[in-house]
Design a protein around this ligand. Structure first.
Ligand SMILES: NC(=O)c1ccc[n+]([C@@H]2O[C@H](COP(=O)([O-])OP(=O)(O)OC[C@H]3O[C@@H](n4cnc5c(N)ncnc54)[C@H](O)[C@@H]3O)[C@@H](O)[C@H]2O)c1
Length: 285
């Protein structure tokens, strides 16, 4: 239990789980967390490291990576650190060249970077802020993939971090919804184009996960509880829940799976909110 009174599914941050990714090199964008908690990128990096992958941690804020590096070190894993803006073309180009020079291969790419973007509808959203949101959330995926895919030919796994906001309406930022929706189509288009080269491309769509990004938006215990109770499982999700699905899609267990979007949302997108639906009493025939 946590301060909200809601059960949290978490896992130990220590210890190796298996060696099924041993010898693999994984690049994770947005592998930092804004604060001491567990962001999704941080959890993904640590989870892949716990299966033996060498992880290349990328973030545009170096301080955000410190906790991730410490957690990898506690596993006895030597992580590489790259401070870079993955929405920038030339930065991604040189990042890819450096990674390949240093490690000679890339097997896994987790395109995790994403920003919430400005609140607003199409009527009132600021156009520059809209463009920035799409640039960070979509261009970053295109750019890192563009420069790393050639090195993956033959075998590789890409996992894109979408959101339930790309599957349904209801998010306060139309830019966020549009960017995550585009990411779903991009995932399928990439899967079709790169499958013949042995590269799998999948997406996960997290629901209302508790991360430092959400804390930064002023989430208090009451709101955390409401978020947790919005989905059928009535439990609060963490970065670890998402990382477990990313590990599956990045690993050999999913070798025959590409082009899918895997919701990780405690059932949020499977349920109609009964509180809003008219009640019908079944009378039988
Ligand atoms: N938290 C949720 O409830 C939730 C739900 C659905 C989807 N997601 C998605 O999961 C991903 C991670 O979310 P989080 O809550 O862990 O976020 P976070 O803000 O805690 O972590 C993201 C990291 O990305 C870094 N970053 C941002 N822009 C960057 C750039 N241009 N280049 C390099 N690094 C950059 C940040 O510095 C930060 O360390 C995002 O794509 C987000 O949209 C989150």
């Amino acid at each position: 239990m946590n301060p909200t009174g809601v059960t949290v599914h978490s896992e130990s941050e220590r210890g190796m789980l298996d060696d099924r990714l041993s010898g693999k090199v994984a690049v994770i964008s947005g592998a930092g967390s804004r604060g001491p908690g567990i962001g999704i990128g941080r959890a993904c990096a640590v989870r892949l490291a716990r299966s033996g992958a060498h992880v290349v941690l990328v973030d545009n804020v170096g301080a955000n990576l410190e906790g991730t590096v410490q957690m990898c070190a506690s596993l006895g894993v030597n992580a590489s650190v790259v401070v870079a803006d993955v929405a920038d073309d030339s930065t991604c180009r040189s990042l890819a060249a450096d990674v390949l020079e240093q490690h000679g291969r890339v097997d896994i790419l987790v395109n995790n970077v994403g920003v919430t973007g400005p609140a607003g509808s199409v009527v009132d959203i600021d156009l520059d802020a809209w463009r920035t949101c799409l640039r960070v959330n979509i261009d970053s995926v295109l750019l890192l993939s563009r420069y790393l895919i050639p090195a993956m030919a033959g075998s590789g796994a890409i996992v894109n971090m979408a959101s339930v906001a790309g599957l349904r309406g209801g998010h306060p930022s139309v830019a966020y919804s549009a960017s995550k929706g585009a990411l779903l189509s991009l995932t399928q288009a990439m899967a079709a184009m790169h499958g013949p080269d042995g590269i799998r491309v999948n997406a996960v769509a997290p629901g209302l996960v508790h991360t430092p990004m959400m804390d930064a938006q002023g989430l208090d215990a009451h709101v955390r509880r409401l978020r947790a109770e919005a989905a059928p499982l009535r439990t609060e999700g963490t970065g670890w829940d998402v990382a477990e699905e990313v590990r599956y899609l990045a690993g050999p267990e999913s070798r025959w799976t590409t082009g899918i979007v895997l919701p990780v949302d405690a059932g949020l997108t499977s349920a109609i909110d009964p509180g809003r639906a008219p009640t019908v009493t079944a009378k039988g025939n």
